[in-house]
Design a protein around this ligand. Structure first.
Ligand SMILES: [Zn+2]
Length: 74
């Protein structure tokens, strides 16, 4: 079973691509890996833009989200 959460992209840093878990109520993306602080929506947009470079954004994005769903499940 595959769950795709459209908010899943906000769980990853758009700068270093590390996973940064955050609550839905967190308005800001604060990456403790690279120190990036960004509005979560902007981070999400940047991430989608970055992972979509040179390939199908939909496919790349769903792969990322699927991996995250698996991590969350186990
Ligand atoms: Zn980062």
């Amino acid at each position: 079973m595959i769950e795709v959460d459209p908010r899943g992209t906000s769980q990853h840093c758009s700068n270093c691509l590390n996973r940064v878990p955050k609550e839905l109520s967190d308005r800001w993306h604060c990456c403790y890996h690279c120190g990036l602080i960004l509005d979560r929506d902007l981070n999400s947009a940047e991430l989608i833009k970055k992972v979509g470079l040179g390939a199908s954004p939909t496919q790349k994005r769903s792969t990322l989200l699927r991996r995250e769903a698996v991590e969350t499940r186990f």
